[in-house]
Design a protein around this ligand. Sequence first.
Ligand code: ATP
Length: 366
Amino acid sequence: KKRIGIMTSGGDAPGMNGAVRAVVRTTIAMGCESYGIYEGYEGLVQGGDMIKQMFWEDVRGWLSEGGTLIGTARCMSFMQRPGRLQAAKNMITRGIDALIICGGDGSLTGADKFRDEWPSLVAELVERKELTAEQVEPFKHLNIVGLVGSIDNDMSSTDATIGCYSSLQRICQAVDFIDATAFSHQRAFVIEVMGRHCGWLALMAGVSTGADFVFLPEKPPAENWEEDMCMIVKKHRELGKRKTIVIVAEGAHDLELQKISPTKVKDLLSKKLGLDTRITTLGHVQRGGTACAYDRMLSTLQGVEAVKAVLDAKPDTPSPIIAIIENKIVRKPLLEAVKLTNEVADAIAAKDFARAMSLRDAEFAE
Ligand code: ATP
């Protein structure tokens, strides 16, 4: 029986459990055996109890649960070849030659690298007499399929990552709560949301809550942004608004060039406009809680497709990620998706915002 491993890696995201549940159950329904790799790549490197066979009932009730019940970790040893050598040995001794990984771009890059290196890792294990030629014979190729789990919606080639809509939902809820108190006291709130290289959460939260102003990592505001923002907020107040909400993506104030810190925005609103202004950093609440309906659906449909992709894979087909594009679940080349994602991050780091914006536009145009 074919054995398929499932792992969650990188930052946790609501919906990861739904993905594990779908993968485990589809694997079993297809007549294969399912193995849960605990604590991300750490479990693969350590082996033993960290790799457990999963049965149908093991994932009962997982669909709505937030976080990841099989754990996740940042694993330094997998970044080095000796760690990956140990991981390959653990997989072969457990009879696993296919891995489905739900994680961000870092985790998926690591997975593809592992697949590329696989034949040489196997050869080295035989050379070192850790495994025999007969033992490794059925494990010539490693099969990798990626599921994109990230609250930031920061992966190119897919319209939505698993977790981003749950996080957006949580942000909207939090802003609604803040709205009530802001309205009562006629206050202004500067709200910091997550998103390092990707302003999707901030932008969509702005649209969904009717915020007055939004700061994104990809698009620095115009040079006269201070006057711009104050003018807009003042105009809204004159039109009768009793509250002000300004959303700042965490990535927008990491950048030296932009220098958009929530404190600076607060000072402007209070000193220039005389508004009683508070800062709220939403932090890890944005990751927590149950998965929203969209993430339950997305993780389930993509989990099923991931197992199908494993079973369809030929030794020379490039590793895919499972994407959603215009409401269709599709397979896209993993390396290409990671490359495009890194291009945006690199453009932001190089302060080439025109390029960052044009890459984002191209994604949406697609
Ligand atoms: P997030 O976007 O939430 O940060 P991520 O998947 O990008 O998620 P990373 O911390 O970049 O998170 O990666 C998670 C783990 O994947 C790392 O700790 C490491 O074990 C493995 N990994 C990442 N990049 C590589 C790589 N180039 N080679 C080997 N392993 C890697």
